[in-house]
Ligand binder design. Structure first.
Ligand code: ADP
Length: 398
C-alpha cells in the first residue's frame, strides 16, 4: 500500500478527515475524505467520498454512536482501520489557535502540546476539540508524527498596529490580540496565486473568504497585512450565524440586562448573522431568491458589510490591485459577488455578469481597475502540504 498523510479537522459538531497518498517527498494526491456530522445531535451521520466524488460510505449513525467527539473518533478510526492497512506517515491537524508565538506549522511533541493546551482559553469553542485527536494519537500511537497547522499563523506577519486593540499593555501581554483566522485558507490562496497569477500576488490583494464563517485578508506579496477578524472568529464581516463587527457596548448592555455568558455566547455565535437578521435561514441559498423583506435585508446587510470590511483593509495595503472570492459563498454565489462588487464600483471594480454567473476564474471586465478572481480554497491540502514539508525536513519553516 502507498504511504499516506492523514488530515484531521475536529470541530464541535463535525469531525472531518482527508487521506492523501504520498511518496514521502514530493507527491501528494488526495485519495478520499469524509466526516462524521451532527455530533451531539439527533441525526448524526458518517459519509466518505473518494477523489472522483464517488460515495464510499453514507450511513446514518445512532445518536449514542456520535454523542461526543471521542465516540465520533472511534467511528472514523474503526473505519480507517479497515481501509488503511499501513499506518500513515504523519497526521496533520487543523488547529485554530497558535497564539502569539506560532507563525508556522509545527511538529507536535510533549512541550508543544502543553503550549497548545494552554491556548484553550483563547478559543474555548474550537481549540479543545481541535486538540482532542492529537491527544488520542499521542497517547495511543506515540511513534506517529503529528503536525499542528494553525489558522492564526498566516497572520503573524501583520504589523503591530494591526495586531493590537487600544487597550492597556497588560492585555496585549496576556494574549488579547487581533490574531485573525482562516489562515490556512489564505495560505492556500496565496500559494495558488503564486502558481497561477504570479504578477497579481506580488501586488495588493484582498481575499474574501466567505463560507459559513467569513473574513477578509489584505495581503502584499502573498503575506497578510491585515484581517477583518480579531481576537475570536466573531469579529469583522457578518456570517451565517455569527454577528461580525459590533460595538462592545452591546455586550455590556446584555450583561446589564442579566443575560449570562452562555446566553450571550450562544446569541452571538449561533443566532446572529444571516440567521438572526432574516429569522429565516443561515444559508444564503435560502435567502438569495427569497422575496421576503427580511431575507432582502439580511442579504443587503451581508453584502454592504462585506464591501465595507474590504474597504476598511485598504489603508493597510495602500490601495487594491486584485480582489479574490473564495469558500462556499465566495465560490458559488454570483449574487453576493455582484452586490459586493457593486458597492466597490467607486474603487474601479467592474465585473462581467456572464463570467460572474458562470463562476469563471477571472470575472472582472477588461476595463476594471481591479482584477476580480474566484479561487476555490482547499484548507486540507495546505495542511497535507505543511505536514509533508515538516516530515521531509523537521526544521523547515512552512
Ligand atoms: P464552512 O467550511 O465554513 O462550513 P463553506 O466554505 O463550506 O463553510 O461554506 C458554507 C456556505 O456556503 C453555506 O452557508 C452555504 O450557504 C454556501 N454555499 C454552498 N454552496 C452554495 C451555492 N451553490 N450557492 C450559494 N451558496 C452556497
Amino acid at each position: 500500500m502507498q504511504d499516506t498523510i492523514l488530515v484531521m479537522n475536529a470541530g464541535s459538531s463535525s469531525l472531518k478527515f482527508h487521506v492523501y497518498e504520498t511518496d514521502g517527498m514530493n507527491t501528494l494526491e488526495f485519495s478520499f475524505g469524509g466526516q462524521v456530522s451532527g455530533i451531539g445531535g439527533r441525526q448524526p451521520s458518517f459519509k466518505v467520498k473518494d477523489r472522483h466524488q464517488k460515495v464510499l460510505v453514507e450511513q446514518a449513525l445512532l445518536p449514542e454512536q456520535a454523542q461526543n467527539l471521542q465516540l465520533s473518533q472511534r467511528v472514523v478510526g474503526d473505519w480507517l482501520g479497515t481501509v488503511i492497512t499501513k499506518e500513515p506517515l504523519a497526521v496533520g491537524h487543523r488547529i485554530v489557535h497558535g497564539g502569539p508565538d506560532y507563525d508556522h506549522s509545527v511538529m507536535v511533541d510533549d512541550e508543544v502540546l502543553k503550549k497548545l493546551d494552554a491556548l484553550v482559553s483563547l478559543a474555548p469553542l474550537h481549540q479543545r476539540n481541535n486538540l482532542e485527536p492529537v491527544h488520542v494519537i499521542f497517547e495511543n500511537w506515540p511513534h506517529i508524527r503529528q503536525v499542528a497547522c494553525f489558522d492564526t499563523a498566516f497572520h503573524r506577519s501583520k504589523p503591530e498596529v494591526a495586531d493590537r486593540f487600544a487597550l492597556p499593555q497588560f492585555y496585549y501581554k496576556e494574549g488579547i490580540r487581533r490574531y485573525g483566522f482562516h489562515g490556512l485558507s489564505y495560505d492556500y490562496i496565496a500559494g495558488k496565486m503564486r502558481q497561477d497569477y504570479p504578477d497579481v500576488v506580488a501586488g495588493r490583494v484582498v481575499v474574501a473568504h466567505l463560507g459559513s464563517g467569513a473574513s477578509a485578508c489584505a495581503m502584499v506579496d502573498g503575506r497578510s497585512q491585515e484581517s477583518t477578524m480579531g481576537f475570536t472568529a466573531l469579529d469583522g464581516l457578518p456570517m451565517s450565524t455569527r454577528c461580525g463587527q459590533m460595538d462592545a457596548g452591546v455586550v455590556l448592555w446584555m450583561l446589564e440586562q442579566g443575560m449570562t455568558h452562555d446566553e450571550i455566547q450562544h446569541l452571538l455565535y449561533k443566532e446572529s448573522g444571516l440567521k438572526g437578521l432574516s429569522g429565516i435561514s443561515s444559508d444564503i441559498r435560502d435567502l438569495q431568491d427569497n422575496p421576503d423583506p427580511r431575507a432582502r435585508l439580511a442579504l443587503s446587510y451581508f453584502t454592504y458589510h462585506i464591501a465595507k470590511g474590504i474597504t476598511g483593509l485598504l489603508t493597510a495595503i495602500q490601495g487594491l490591485d486584485a480582489l479574490v472570492f473564495t469558500a462556499g459563498i465566495g465560490e458559488n454565489s454570483a449574487l453576493v459577488r455582484r452586490d459586493v462588487c457593486q458597492h466597490l464600483a467607486w474603487l474601479g471594480v467592474s465585473i462581467d455578469p456572464v463570467l460572474n454567473e458562470s463562476n469563471q476564474a477571472c470575472i472582472s471586465t477588461p476595463e476594471s481597475k481591479i482584477g476580480v478572481y474566484i479561487i476555490p480554497t482547499n484548507e486540507e491540502r495546505v495542511i497535507a502540504q505543511q505536514t509533508l514539508a515538516l516530515i521531509r525536513d523537521p526544521y523547515c519553516v512552512t
